[in-house]
Design a protein around this ligand. Sequence first.
Ligand code: 5RP
Length: 262
Amino acid sequence: MAGELSPIDKAKFVAARRAADYVETGMQVGLGTGSTAAWLVRCLGEMVRDDGLRIKGVPTSTRTAALARDVGIEVVSLDEARWLDLTIDGADEFDADLNLIKGGGGALLQEKIVATASDQMIVIADVTKGVDTLGHFPLPVEVIPFGWQTTKALIEEMLAAMDVLGQQTTLRMNGDAPFVTDEGNHILDLHLKRIGAARQLSMALNQIPGVVENGLFMDVCDVVVVGYGDGRVEVRDINDGTVHEDKINFVDTDNLFSDLMD
Ligand code: 5RP
């Protein structure tokens, strides 16, 4: 069944499969959002069902909550869990310092809160997500609907003084209507092309009234598990400064794929 996946999906899957090795019985685990995180949730569901893994999962979106329940993971809220051992999530970009752009799936607010409440954050990503400098992927910024056009204008004014290549901002749409996040907010996507001073930009964005949070995750991620289409994975640990290579055997995972394709 794995043979039917595209190389990118295989890369996402092997990153998720490798990251699942970090999860142990008794842990409270933050569950990310997006297609890569969905593989992780399925892997953990398989471990719950077949290996007796017992964990509490804190999802970062309604989508992830539904999937986690579907695959048999016990779901609790962050308020119930209070503090997490580990969060595993995808990313839209990561750089050599493991700083991230997230929010392509519109869940950046819960993702940032959950990751920050965790002892460790592991990002799972296919190799195309690695960049020298953040900013090619449009930076998502969550804003409240009230006066969003004023917030947009204030962001554009602020960007003029920032070390970025592009300054275009667009309201994310869902068909004909503005996209609405799980918290009832909108997303502005900032087409910056290159972010020269990400930390400064992140702080400046969060000073603007109407901005709830932005998709720059600075100093939050500890480990990135990078997946390749041929089954190779690279585990980059920013705290240890180590890079380990591994290979995932797709044959071992046939159960997961047959469940998925049913
Ligand atoms: C959702 C996110 C996702 O983690 C990010 O968009 C990556 O998604 P995918 O794994 O589908 O490529 O930040 O808000």
